[in-house]
Write a protein that binds this ligand. Structure first.
Ligand code: ZN
Length: 154
């Protein structure tokens, strides 16, 4: 299958209508399909859309950041943490910064850590506008990223 380069504006809302995230007004989000760069449920819907098209895409949590798992919640020794931690604080537990945990509670002895993605278990709604939907060049597919205006900026 031919991969595409899709650029789009989006506003992400939770089921209560709270805005969780949105694209920069001057710069749409561009991505190369087939690389797992965006959540699968959103990519699948965007592939069907034409340039200039607007739509609201509802992505169930199972096709977004997955269900919450109680197994990802655990406790660690309070001694391993700095003095000034706060509930809600997030930090990476690996060098790449992809594994994020959130402090959900702590006392003098233990810190409770939640390794679920903050959006795990949340059904997402994206209001999107397609700015560009074109075939990716062989070079882009080879590099695994988008070339803006045909230029390799990386
Ligand atoms: Zn490149």
């Amino acid at each position: 299958m031919t991969e595409k380069v899709i650029s789009f504006h989006y506003t992400l809302k939770d089921p209560q209508g709270n805005v969780l995230d949105k694209s920069d007004e001057s710069e749409p989000l561009s991505f190369l399909t087939g690389m797992g760069m965006i959540i699968p449920g959103l990519e699948k819907a965007l592939l069907e859309m034409e340039e200039g098209e607007n739509s609201t895409i509802n992505v169930p949590s199972t096709e977004a950041y997955g269900e919450r798992s109680e197994e990802k919640i655990g406790q660690a020794d309070r001694n391993h943490f700095p003095e000034d931690i706060e509930v809600g604080q997030m930090f990476a537990v690996d060098e790449e910064g992809t594994n994020i945990v959130t402090i959900t509670a702590f006392d003098d002895e233990n810190v409770t850590l939640d390794g679920n993605h903050p959006l795990a278990g949340v059904d997402l709604s994206f209001e999107v506008e397609i700015v560009e939907n074109r075939e990716a060049s062989p070079e882009e597919i080879d590099h695994g990223h988008v070339h803006a205006d045909g230029e390799d900026v990386h």
